[in-house]
Design a binder for this molecule. Structure first.
Ligand SMILES: [Zn+2]
Length: 123
């Protein structure tokens, strides 16, 4: 895909929010605590903390949620991931937010296609 003559791709920024909806947590799940996924980075606001077990459950889904998916794909419609502890009511809700453009040259590791890494660009 190209935008303004530059090869690249779109990714959604994601917000991953702890929800309980009345269920009792076993692990430390604080309703409303959240982090954002911006490109490859997990960005925590303030003092938010997250169980590494809950994080491990949600991590594999994040790259797919960042990308456009077919409206009938469950990846488009389903947004909550349960904590892996079967006795725990904690869930993480993945919310798609704005889309952001990433240049291929700024993100690839291929030496012959590599430009300035996105994290060194001031754009
Ligand atoms: Zn839990």
């Amino acid at each position: 895909m190209q935008k303004d003559g530059e090869h690249g791709f779109w990714l959604y920024d994601l917000k991953v929010e702890t929800v309980l909806d009345g269920r009792a947590p076993v692990c430390r799940h604080v309703e409303g605590e959240a982090f954002r996924v911006i490109g490859e980075n997990l960005v925590f606001d303030g003092p938010a903390k997250l169980s590494m077990y809950a994080l491990a459950a949600v991590l594999p889904l994040l790259p797919a949620k960042q990308r456009d998916t077919d409206p009938d794909d469950w990846m488009s419609t389903d947004a909550e991931v349960a904590c892996p502890d079967p006795h725990c009511g904690g869930r993480l809700r993945i919310i798609r937010e704005a889309r952001r453009w990433y240049s291929h040259a700024a993100t690839t590791g291929l030496p012959d296609q590599r430009g300035t890494p996105y994290w060194k660009d001031d754009k």
